[in-house]
Design a protein around this ligand. Structure first.
Ligand SMILES: [Zn+2]
Ligand SMILES: [Zn+2]
Length: 331
């Protein structure tokens, strides 16, 4: 079983990751959620529970009953590298230039199109051989977070009948406008192929997807705009955040692995943590290990990681930038 965590973008997913549960993986990929039924589930966690990943190339061999998280799309939605940087004759952006070098570990374009127009969400799924998707959990309904819903049609046209989507009511209301043809398929012309999605409304309370409990982590993602992070086990995932409400901190207690938004190295934006603020939160939350995600091209992967490594020596902080293809045990 594989869970996608993050956001499904029009081409890629914003800092999403797949959570494999190999124990389940060997059983069945069937999803027994009533089609078009609405459950009390809510949430932002985009996860696809995949039943048969064939990729073993990451070198991390886990026991059959151990889950693993695969990071897919760890860059910001504008993409890394940027087209504008790669086409700039002055080549002023070393990060984007380095990202397209063969063998680069910084190829973290997440939500944007690759320069060739390749959809990153899809290509990420190809790279880790995601055959089936058991669920997608939505963090929020910004365009770069849900645009990829259309990309799910390859699965529902050719692999499985439908995909359950877990989404908060407020975000579902947005989808009714942006993706009306997926919410009400009666508007689709006969013969036209669109994603077959089964929407489940979630609330800011724990919910269960395939025996895995998710606890929503409400956060601010810009002024007066709510986004959701998710906790499952002792792993907390917060991909789009500019502020953490006081009431959310207790939900982060005992967090062992924190996956946290860190857009740029110098400062926060109105909607995202920058590295300094993200580190402040790490010091406050005190997870055992932190992996940052959602980085833009101003983040030089090696340089920033070197800086972060020093924090282990000086403060005992285990913090690093994540990267596409990174796999970590999930439990
Ligand atoms: Zn650049
Ligand atoms: Zn957003």
């Amino acid at each position: 079983m594989v869970l996608f965590l993050g956001t499904i973008c029009p081409s890629p997913s914003l800092s999403c990751f797949a959570l494999y549960r190999r124990q389940i993986l060997r059983k069945s990929s069937a999803i027994s959620v009533p089609r078009n039924g609405f459950s009390p589930f809510r949430r932002i966690f985009q996860a696809s529970l995949q039943s048969n990943s064939t990729n073993e190339d990451a070198g991390l061999q886990l026991p059959a009953d151990l889950s693993e998280i695969i990071f897919m799309g760890t860059g910001t939605s504008e993409g890394v590298p940027r087209v504008s940087c790669l086409t700039n004759p002055l080549k002023t952006c070393p990060v984007c230039s380095k990202a397209v070098e063969p063998g680069s570990s910084i190829t973290v374009p997440s939500d944007g199109f690759l320069p060739l127009g390749i959809c990153l969400f899809v290509t990420s799924c190809i790279s880790v051989r995601i055959r089936t998707l058991d669920a997608v959990i939505i963090t929020h309904s910004h365009a770069d977070a849900i645009g990829g819903l259309d990309d799910l049609r390859d699965w529902t046209n050719n692999v499985q009948p439908y995909i359950p989507i877990y989404v908060a009511q407020r975000d579902f209301e947005v989808m009714k406008k942006t993706h009306y043809y997926l919410v009400d398929t009666s508007a689709v012309l006969p013969g036209a192929a669109v994603s077959e999605l089964q929407f489940n409304i979630i609330h800011e309370e724990p919910f269960v997807v395939h025996d895995l409990k998710f606890t929503p982590l409400p956060v601010w993602h810009g002024r007066d705009y709510r986004s959701l992070g998710f906790r499952f086990g002792n792993i907390c995932y917060i991909s789009d955040v500019s502020g953490i409400p006081e009431e959310t901190y207790p939900l982060l207690k005992g967090c062992e692995v924190l996956i946290l938004d860190a857009l740029r190295p110098d400062r926060s934006s109105s909607t995202h943590f920058g590295l300094p603020r993200a580190l402040e939160e790490v010091r406050k939350i005190q997870p055992k290990r932190t992996l940052f995600t959602g980085m833009m091209h101003l983040m030089d992967h090696e340089k920033v990681n070197d800086y972060l490594k020093k924090l282990m020596e000086t403060e005992g902080l285990d913090v690093q930038l994540s990267y596409d293809g990174l796999r970590i045990p999930a439990g």
